[in-house]
Design a protein around this ligand. Structure first.
Ligand code: ADP
Length: 257
């Protein structure tokens, strides 16, 4: 088991950028993510969601508090993470398969062609393996970005607003794919999103964050079995969770309605 195979424990993590008079991005934040769990983080812009992700990934250090993964303190970049951003960051001059295999080249790992093909199959883009990114729709490009992130079987998958640039229907389809991956890939997933429905649909737990400095206002268990179908969003149990999240945002003035 790699160091990322264990729980992620955040203990009173704080982040201030730029010294004493700087931006207080994250207040004292404590949380635990279990291995294999999918957690969504939903909160207003600028509340520290991306900061939180960077801190867990070891790309930035907390000002106070500690982060441990599998019992080991995070003191530098965590190697075992696949990351997906809003922009897919595909290389236009490489084929789809060439893009998915890029991490193998960088890490000098051989024999991952089968894994790459499997992932493209699972993400329903196998027919485009030889195509170039410019030939694909936004949703397909993002599927390729997800396949690339999963190539080396990371134990952590971080997605930072991955579907925000997609049209609403494509986004729904990506939500279905992402929750499916959660059952086929043994990966602990952290999904940052502004969509309440997406946060619930894709996750086992939703962290609701306050405005800056970011703190966790609520930690909500999402009990629905997988695989999940889109019709789930219309059930009373699902809408009740959505209401609970919306009420947090209304109480704190993030949403006025
Ligand atoms: P979110 O992802 O929730 O939109 P971020 O984590 O990106 O929020 O940012 C939280 C706050 O910290 C914002 O006010 C942002 O301007 C500030 N911030 C983020 N990164 C830096 C940085 N490298 N230096 C200074 N301030 C930053």
């Amino acid at each position: 088991m790699g160091m990322a195979g264990g729980p992620i424990v955040l203990d009173r993590v704080e982040k201030t950028y730029g010294g004493a008079n700087g931006v207080h991005a994250i207040a004292s934040l404590s949380a635990e993510l279990r291995p294999g769990e999918a957690v969504s983080v939903v909160g207003p812009s600028g509340c520290g969601k991306s900061t939180l992700m960077r801190l867990i990934a070891g790309l930035d250090a907390p000002s106070r508090g500690s982060i441990r993964i599998g019992g080991q303190a995070v003191t530098g970049p965590v190697p075992d993470i696949g990351i997906v951003f809003q922009r897919d960051l595909l290389l236009e001059w490489r084929s789809v398969l060439g893009n998915v295999l890029l991490p193998a080249e960088i890490k000098r790992l051989a024999g991952l062609e089968g894994r790459a093909s499997e992932l493209l199959q699972e993400l329903d883009v196998a027919g485009f393996a030889k195509a170039y990114p410019w030939q694909l729709s936004g949703g397909m490009r993002q599927r390729v970005a997800i396949a690339r992130a999963l190539l080396t079987k990371p134990t952590l998958l971080f997605l930072d607003e991955p579907f925000s640039a997609l049209d609403a229907l494509t986004r729904d389809q990506m939500n279905v794919l992402l929750q499916r991956l959660q059952t086929t890939q043994q990966v602990t997933t952290l999904l940052i999103t502004h969509s309440i429905a997406e946060a619930i649909f894709c996750a086992d737990r939703v962290f609701v964050m306050s405005g800056r400095p970011g703190a966790i206002l609520d930690d909500i268990a999402v009990p629905f079995e997988r695989p999940r179908r889109l019709a789930l969003r219309e059930t009373p149990q699902f809408t009740a969770i959505g209401r609970r999240i919306r009420e947090h945002f209304e109480k704190t003035g993030v949403l006025v309605g």
